[in-house]
Design a protein around this ligand. Structure first.
Ligand SMILES: [Zn+2]
Length: 269
């Protein structure tokens, strides 16, 4: 997937509802905070992550952000001294020098930040093509009382995204799938989101794998991401072939229609 240009990102961002913007920002902040905790870069605990600011119009914005060395920055991390309460604004590219943390750790934080941004870009693109929160998938987990099995952070995020009707982070969808998959172990009935081998019918239907694919895609919720690897595995085809077929289904001539966002495909009809 190609990163969005700053202009495109702004355009998509403005198309969101106020609640959607608030939700995404709050969770971006939250993810950053846990990134800092995971990387444990503030080892001495003298400084804690306090806040995060972003100048979407960098470098030409009216409200410019600065690192404490005076350099203008796009991202500003604000740390707070646990002893004095002093606030320290730092740019993401050279907080390592200012705090004396190893460059490797700084690099991990930067790539984590990049990953969070890409996840956000993907959500923006999904909203732009009319995708929504995966209601059905979430409800299934809810009805079967599986939500408590999710990591607290993911469960909270899903709840908030449901209220704002936002497509979810890929990582969260993966976690949700995994919990459902675990719960289905030992259960016989097939799940809509997970193609299952059907035994004797298999040889007949596999004669026309595209037809088989379409048949299974009918059980995928509108707006839900299509598990390319799982379908390819089930149909005994390469992922490359499966992507070619999904490409055909983007045209609108079939009863089922999909749309591509980045490397992923979603059912839209
Ligand atoms: Zn600096």
């Amino acid at each position: 997937m190609v990163d969005l240009t700053a202009e495109k990102r702004q355009e998509l961002w403005h198309a969101l509802t106020v609640l959607q913007k608030e939700t995404l920002l709050a969770h971006k902040k939250y993810r950053l905070q846990s990134l800092f905790l995971t990387e444990n870069f503030l080892e001495d605990k003298a400084w804690q992550f306090a806040d995060f600011k972003e100048d979407p119009f960098y470098p030409k914005g009216e409200n410019k952000l600065y690192c404490r060395c005076g350099r203008q920055v796009k991202y500003q991390f604000i740390l707070v001294s646990t002893e004095t309460g002093e606030l320290m604004p730092l740019g993401s590219t050279h907080f390592a020098q200012h705090l004396g943390v190893p460059e490797l750790v700084a690099h991990q934080v930067r790539s984590g930040l990049h990953q969070i941004d890409r996840g956000l870009d993907l959500i923006l693109q999904q909203v732009a093509v009319g995708l929504h929160f995966p209601e059905k998938l979430y409800r299934e987990a809810q009805v079967r009382q599986l939500l408590p099995k999710l990591p607290a952070e993911v469960a909270e995020r899903l709840q908030a995204f449901a209220v704002a009707d936002l497509p979810i982070y890929q990582e969260d969808q993966q976690v949700l799938f995994e919990v459902l998959k675990q719960a289905n172990k030992g259960r016989q009935e097939s799940r809509s989101w997970q193609p299952q081998r059907v035994g004797r019918k298999q040889t007949q239907t596999k004669d026309n794998p595209l037809e088989e694919l379409i048949r299974h895609l009918r059980h995928v919720e509108l707006g839900e991401r299509i598990e390319v690897a799982a379908f390819a595995d089930y149909l005994g085809e390469s992922q490359r072939t499966l992507r070619r077929w999904l490409g055909l289904l983007m045209g609108g001539r079939f009863a089922v229609q999909v749309r591509q966002v980045g490397d992923d495909y979603y059912r839209i009809k």
